[in-house]
Design a protein around this ligand. Structure first.
Ligand code: UT7
Length: 334
């Protein structure tokens, strides 16, 4: 048996209908459209319905990805879902709920917690399972209902985040040209308190006191995170390109995590990327954490900009702290 590679076969996404604009936030907290656009690039973000859970959005994105891969539900032999806003803390996993919603039966399914880096972490897991020969068609999902952990009275976080889901099918191939070229995924727990939801968890189990203190909401050391993100990602993307003997100019699609336009611009500029190479969705979706990269890939796919064989450079940074970058060709099944 020859070597097997992991191929990025398809992409799908789901964006909830409701939109919160910067003008809406001007009515909720002490902020302005000018501040939000200048500091983040965000103009609007989509928010899930009250009765719409992370697994509902994930299942919708996944269904599209499976159809676009030309596969049946029965072909999926592993479900890996990245989220920090699961339907339930801490069980069942959202991956199990998505499997149930899609009718995927008797198949290994689990969640990954790596905050905004979750989707690329999940891709690295899919790659390992496929290259080892253990699985053939892995459903990889990034889905977040970030609005469920946002304090809409805290102007330093509430304007940043949105909801949504993206999914991809990663399939086994013997054609090396189709395979993932490389993934770097890394973490540094030194900065564990830069991005945190303090409760519920074993440190602060659910309690009236915890809720009164607002410990269930996301807290972020924004400026410190910003500086580390720029520094780390600039180094990481340069390293992955160099290691694979590629120049920035060889990459048709740079798909960065969509947290802040200024981070994307700083990293893109450090690589000498042209505007047409850089995929931008932060203005319309805000930061959707683990969903941000697959939602961005889906956008260029649906716009007809992502062609078979074209290389994508992904990069991401988030709570943990975690970060990752990847070089992956788009390889729809022929
Ligand atoms: O996705 C996971 C990783 N996350 C990130 O990569 C996010 C990284 N961080 C960021 O994107 C930026 O740090 C923020 C957008 C969160 C903040 O931008 P900043 O340029 O770092 O601003 P800052 O936190 O230094 O705050 C500057 C000022 C402060 O006021 P003072 O202390 O200078 O008077 C804030 O209180 O801006 C104030 N401010 C706001 N003003 C109006 C903070 N949020 C707002 C707001 N509207 N929404």
């Amino acid at each position: 048996m020859g070597k097997v590679y992991a191929a990025f076969r398809s992409i799908g996404a789901y964006v909830p209908q409701k939109v919160l604009t910067n003008a809406d936030f001007e009515k909720m907290v002490d902020t302005s459209d000018e501040w939000i656009v200048k500091r983040t690039g965000i103009k609007e973000r989509h928010i899930a319905d009250k009765d719409e859970a992370t697994s509902d959005m994930a299942a919708k994105a996944a269904k599209i990805a499976i159809e676009r891969a030309g596969l049946d539900i029965e072909d999926i032999d592993l479900v890996v879902l990245a989220t920090v806003t699961p339907d339930y803390f801490n069980m069942p996993s959202t991956a199990c709920l998505v499997s149930e919603k899609l009718g995927i039966k008797n198949v290994q399914a689990f969640d990954i917690s790596a905050a905004c880096s979750g989707f690329v972490y999940a891709l690295s897991v899919a790659k390992a399972f496929i290259e080892s020969g253990m699985k053939q068609n892995v459903l990889v999902i990034g889905a977040e209902k970030f609005s469920s952990i946002v304090d809409y009275t805290d102007r330093t976080t509430c304007v940043l985040f949105g909801d949504g889901a993206g999914a991809a099918v990663i399939g086994a191939t013997k054609n090396k040209e189709e395979g993932f070229l490389d993934i770097h995924a890394s973490a540094d727990g030194t900065y564990w308190d830069f991005l945190i939801t303090p409760s519920p968890g074993s440190v602060n189990p659910a309690s009236c006191e915890a809720i009164e203190q607002g410990l269930q909401y996301v807290k972020m050391k924004g400026n410190e995170t910003f500086k580390l993100a720029v520094k780390t990602l600039t180094k990481d993307v340069k390293e992955i390109l160099k290691k694979n003997n590629l120049e920035a100019g060889d990459i048709p699609h740079f798909v960065p995590h969509q947290a802040n336009y200024r981070i994307i611009k700083a990293v893109g500029d450090s690589l000498g990327m042209r505007d047409d190479q850089v995929v931008l969705t932060v203005h319309k979706y805000g930061n959707t954490s683990a969903a941000s990269i697959p939602m961005a890939i889906n956008d260029i796919y649906e716009e007809g900009r992502l062609k078979s064989g074209e290389m994508m450079l992904l990069d991401t940074f988030g709570g943990g702290l975690t970060w990752a970058s990847a070089l992956i060709p788009f390889a729809p099944a022929k």
